[in-house]
Design a protein around this ligand. Structure first.
Ligand code: RAM
Length: 895
């Protein structure tokens, strides 16, 4: 008998989360077994106030009893009502299909501060405010306090309007960056919770905080400063229990003092200036004389909800070293040293320098080089992206900024004393800590580089919110871009909690009329409240995608009323079901953004009303499915009817009897086909027209942000896999591989961001790190390698394993950490023999499509596939043999 174990316990996607405010948290676990057919038949969860209680099964807060279900994800806690600060320990027993039982290790979660009245701290800060375009130095805040007994338990509840970096007795609290994260601070402010017991000691202690402007009052996009408020403010509450049973709460209040120190300015877009001569050694340690510091100011609490952090915080990840020594550009003014890090990235550099006190080193950042090798910064627009470090003048100095980030591959130092060596600069990569889940590779090095670029586009733009780009004066949570990329993102990394947080930002940004905006969080950068077709629709597409990939029905439930308001808004604002009709008085959308379809327009030649109506139909249909999932059958029927009507309106308006779609653009055909808007008999003609257009352009796509993501899927579904691969392998622009052939290390915003003939595209809008076109990634995973979800059993409860080799590839492999465990699909072709290794995670099943021409023998681990354990023959057609698989590892061979 093979053993199985149960583990990987998660609460709301997180391992032992400290400080959540979900009052009915969901619990998930995994079964581990190599046995074919391993599955859960029953579970029992017990929860108690301590790990010992859980082990002894006493004082239970909840005993689910034995539940005869195979469910192992998102099981809702149904114990007693959870209080602020309560910690709950839990474990699960699981029974497998043979009746064996396994017991998990004990896990826990801890509640944050659930009521406003739990906060006794006050909002504090310094008096300087700066202006719309003028920055201020970062205030340093401190407070000392004494503990009369050893500490038993200590929690810090902390947030800011702006950014905070907190230390206790000189040691940094936690590893999170850019906390408390970006929300619409007028509505919602997140707080963080830390266990700080190891930082405290009996006797004198000091808590010290540096405040940064961040998104709250620093520059956001092109809007200047102070978009949410005038200056940074802190709210902190340290709650301590001592060994003698006494409790002490140390809060931010009038007794704190502030001073300005070495951080002269710090702005997310423009950079940080630091004068090490102004450091205040020991400022965050006991014994420091703060008599010259001033009492802080007190501020009224903002009229916003204080909520626990939902998403993963931003963390440091890898470090990147220059690929070689810097190139020197000497002039009479200064010598500029240009380093190449070899990778377009997001974060900052750690500077190493030695020299006289008062010397200022200027650090500039760029994504590209001019032909003469100097840095190209025109595409940063007004973002200065420049750090300054002024030396203390003592030995080797090492410095990193703390409240800014840059998007760059090249670093320019000027004012550097002497000649910098290669170690003068190290790139520090930061992004939201979304755990990596996916791997994709294949036999073609250019495609592997494309996958690399997609992943780096994701790392670079998942910085608390999904941004369009990380370098210029923009860096906004563009809804269209997020919608386009979310599915790919969910392959590469676990983005469930990242999007749980951001879909709330989206709802917070919904207009009173029901429209979703072009960017979330709202940042006051445009008067637009409606993002228009394919942008606003993120409000439905994103929660739906998280449901598909993680089985998260609660996210749908949470946003259901908001999504309903959106659909009603579309119904009201369309005319005869045509959305964004020609003389529509509101915003008609961004069109097929950045399509190079020969129309010469930035939004492509596909009519906005056509795009609008297609997405209206798509969202109505998704809503009908969502309503059914949530058990709202009447709504489901109503949205289904709505879908039918919009589809009818689409056909009447845009489709000829010969299957031509108005405007004859690729995107028009792609939307009509992908959203299933055409009468079945017209699909072949529409597919032919699409294929003809692609060939007429010498096998090039002409799609922009809207059409591109669906294009390969449409071709695959229509039996034109050959053409999908031909486009994938196309190396001249517009194509995915063109930037790769030009040495790109991330995804470009534009198909022609740089070309031999024209050089750089319009610097007004030319990012080299924009993930939207990286949406091809989902096709690589799902079609080339062959791992896909089944909407009927989401979260990879049932997997669709369907590799579709082509394009001359001889091998491809994908692996994916699903909620249930690791899935693998890896195929190779040698000497006409097809070998396919798959892994189906425990407690899941799969449908496997083995590419096998009629008559070819399909084997699994050497024997006839139909006879293999765990394999059930389903059906066969000319090209494929279809099997149903239980959990386990399999090796299929054909030929
Ligand atoms: C650009 C952004 C984004 C796009 C919008 C319409 O400014 O970079 O990618 O969604 O425009």
């Amino acid at each position: 008998m093979t053993l199985f174990t149960v583990g990987h316990l998660r609460c709301e996607y997180l391992e032992n989360p400290l400080g959540i405010d979900v009052t009915r948290p969901r619990l998930s676990w995994r079964l581990f077994s190599n046995r074919r057919g391993a599955r859960q038949t029953a579970y029992r969860i017990v929860a108690a106030p301590s790990a010992d209680d859980v082990a002894a099964e006493q004082n239970l807060l909840w005993d689910s009893g034995r539940v005869e279900l195979d469910r192992s994800i998102h099981v809702v806690y149904e114990g007693g009502r959870l209080r602020s600060r309560q910690r709950v320990f839990w474990r699960v027993q699981a029974w497998d299909e043979h009746g064996n039982v396994a017991v998990s290790p004990v896990a826990w979660w801890e509640m944050g501060l659930l009521r406003r009245s739990d906060w006794t701290a006050s909002w504090i800060g310094a008096p300087l405010v700066g202006g719309r375009w003028t920055t201020i130095p970062a205030p340093f805040l401190r407070r000392s306090f004494t503990l009369d007994a050893p500490v038993m338990q200590a929690r810090l509840y902390i947030t800011a309007l702006g950014l905070y970096e907190c230390t206790i007795n000189g040691q940094r609290v936690g590893q999170d960056l850019f906390t408390p994260g970006w929300t619409d601070y007028r509505r919602r402010v997140q707080y963080q919770v830390y266990d700080v017991i190891d930082l405290l000691r009996e006797g004198d202690n000091v808590i010290g905080v540096i405040l940064g402007d961040g998104w709250y009052c620093g520059h956001v996009a092109w809007a200047g400063r102070q978009n949410y408020g005038d200056r940074p403010k802190l709210l902190a509450q340290l709650m301590i229990t001592c060994a003698d049973g006494s409790t002490q709460t140390m809060v931010s209040n009038r007794s704190w003092r502030y001073a300005f120190g070495p951080v002269l300015e710090s702005d997310m877009l423009h950079g940080e200036s630091y004068d090490a001569r102004l450091e205040m050694p020991g400022w965050n340690m006991p014994g420091f004389d703060d008599s010259s510091w001033q009492p802080v100011e007190l501020f009224a609490a903002p009229d916003a909800a204080l909520v626990a952090t939902r998403g993963p915080t931003v963390r440091r990840h890898e470090e990147v070293r220059p690929v070689g020594p810097p190139t020197a550009f000497r002039s009479h003014q200064a010598t500029r040293w240009v380093f190449d890090l070899g990778q377009n990235m997001v974060g900052w550099v750690r500077l190493r320098v030695r020299g006289p006190a008062g010397t200022t080193v200027t650090i500039r950042h760029a994504e590209a080089l001019n032909p003469d090798g100097t840095i190209y910064t025109a595409n940063l627009r007004s973002a200065r992206a420049t750090d300054h470090y002024t030396l203390r003048g003592e030995g080797e100095e090492s410095w990193e900024p703390r409240f800014t980030f840059h998007g760059f591959r090249y670093v320019e130092l000027s004012g550097y004393p002497g000649e910098p060596d290669i170690d003068a600069v190290t790139g520090i990569v930061v992004h939201s800590a979304t755990p990596p889940t996916g791997e994709f590779n294949c036999s073609d090095p250019l495609i592997n580089q494309l996958q690399h670029n997609i992943v780096w586009g994701q790392k670079s733009n998942f910085l608390d919110v999904p941004t369009d780009c990380p370098q210029r004066d923009e860096r906004l949570g563009w809804t269209g871009d997020a919608q386009v990329f979310i599915r790919t993102a969910a392959f590469n990394m676990n983005v469930a909690s990242f999007f749980t947080k951001w879909t709330q930002d989206l709802e917070d940004a919904q207009s009173p009329e029901g429209a979703y905006p072009p960017v979330a969080p709202l940042a006051g950068i445009s008067g637009l409240t409606d993002g228009g077709p394919a942008w606003a629709d993120a409000g439905i597409i994103c929660p739906w995608t998280i449901y598909l990939c993680y089985g998260d029905a609660r996210l749908l439930e949470t946003h259901y009323p908001s999504m309903q308001r959106f659909i009603e808004y579309l119904e009201r604002s369309s005319r005869d079901f045509i959305r964004c009709y020609e003389d529509y008085p509101g915003f008609r959308g961004f069109g097929d953004w950045l399509a190079l379809d020969g129309s010469g327009k930035v939004d492509g030649g596909t009519a906005k009303d056509l795009i609008g109506t297609a997405f209206f139909a798509h969202c109505a249909r998704l809503m009908s499915r969502i309503a059914a999932i949530l058990g709202h059958q009447r709504d489901a029927a109503r949205y289904r009817r709505l879908f039918e009507r919009v589809r009818q309106a689409f056909v009447t308006r845009y489709v000829t009897g010969a299957g031509r779609v108005a405007g004859e653009t690729q995107t028009g055909y792609v939307l009509a086909l992908h959203f299933d808007l055409l009468p079945p008999e017209l699909r072949p003609a529409a597919t032919d027209a699409l294929a003809r257009d692609i060939l007429a352009r010498n096998t090039h796509l002409s799609t922009g942000f809207v059409g591109t993501p669906y294009l390969p899927h449409v071709l695959t579904a229509a039996g034109r896999l050959d053409l999908a691969y031909a486009l994938l392998f196309q190396q001249t622009w517009p194509s995915w591989l063109y930037p790769v052939t030009q040495g790109a290390t991330t995804i470009w915003e534009r198909w022609d961001g740089w070309t031999h003939d024209k050089g750089f595209q319009d610097p007004g809008m030319n990012s080299f790190n924009h993930y939207a076109y990286g949406a091809i990634g989902e096709w690589l995973y799902a079609t080339v390698a062959g791992i896909d979800t089944d909407p009927e059993q989401p979260g990879y409860r049932h997997l669709i394993l369907r590799p579709q080799p082509g394009g001359g590839l001889t091998a491809a492999r994908a692996a994916l950490e699903t909620m249930y465990g690791r899935a693998v699909s890896a195929w190779r072709i040698d000497n006409d023999r097809f070998t396919w290794e798959v892994v189906v995670p425990p407690n899941t099943t799969a449908t496997a499509y083995v590419p096998a021409p009629e008559g070819a023998m399909v084997r699994e681990s050497g024997q006839a596939a139909d006879e293999a354990e765990g394999v059930t023959f389903v059906e066969r057609n000319e090209e494929t043999a279809i099997y149903r698989l239980t959990a386990g590892a399999y090796t299929f061979t054909v030929g």
